[in-house]
Write a protein that binds this ligand. Sequence first.
Ligand code: NDP
Length: 332
Amino acid sequence: SREWHLVARPQGWPEPADFALVETEVPEPGPGQILVRNSFLSVDPYMRGRMNDVKSYAPPYELGKPMLGGAVGRVVASAADGIAVGDHVLHGLAWREYALLDAAHAVVVDPEAAPLPAYLGVLGMTGLTAYAGLLRVARFAEGETVFVSGAAGAVGSQVGQIARLKGAARVVGSAGSDEKAALLVDEYGFDAAFNYKKAPVAEQLRAAAPDGIDVYFDNVGGEHLEAAIGALRVHGRAALCGAIAQYNATEPPPGPRNLGLLIGKRLTLAGFLVTDHQDLQPEFVREVGGWLREGRLRYRETVVTGIEHTLDAFLGLLRGENTGKMVVALPE
Ligand code: NDP
């Protein structure tokens, strides 16, 4: 069995030398445990933060230990009641081929109800992030105009579509290429989209939403956040989900220069973590699952194959090589 270890803490952009792919023995389950052959691993932007040795909402990855993250796989040995060999489970011990864990830390999933990688994306953590962030944190209401950054990614593409399905007046997205911007309009039904690399965000946002916006869903931070604060209307809200533009920064980035606008416009900027909104899971699965079955919500995945390419997949995610959820497939 092979697994990825963090061996040095990255400074700025992670380097291959910060990681090692290590060969280990496949363990046997003890009482209450299961052994899982992972089928799909999730790579996520938050993992960059856990590579730093700083106190945060998730503990830092330990040096010389396996990287952790979401995975789905097949149970190949079980010494636990309630989970049998052949069951499929979702768990948190990724970046490895085989995972040994207490059955209590696994959630059984149904590969007939949805393809396995969907449990990492559209029906999983990133999907719930979009759902909770837009509907609960940003308090989106029908008839409002929504702007979302990182809009061709896993979270962002779902935010824009949920806003549309819930009756947004206008949905605007930004992404890092002309192809991605076209996809937002043509496939996901956004009203307008732009390539943030082409011209200043504030200028392109003004053209795409001339009457301003009511809700901003922030996946990026930096210039995007400042532009959105400028475009928000009175009583507007921003859900601060991520700030991927600065995850590899070595110095704290400058803040938005226009925070003074929050007062006169009575704006609310609210940071949030998906982990605080697990109570929405049943409602989320019911509603998004329904839209998927009816073909009203679409999603893409970027699948990289092979445990040896997990680091490439993660770095590719930070560089924007993905459209939709980035996952690593581990064929048997
Ligand atoms: P994505 O699928 O959106 O992948 C990341 C994307 O970020 C890339 O595809 C790239 O797209 C974009 N990106 C990279 N660098 C920049 C940059 N400098 N400026 C603008 N965009 C950039 O990942 P996720 O959907 O998994 O995550 C999206 C965001 O949500 C992240 O910030 C993440 O940390 C956050 N998040 C927060 C959670 C929470 O609980 N608060 C939970 C899950 C995710 P492009 O080609 O368009 O540049």
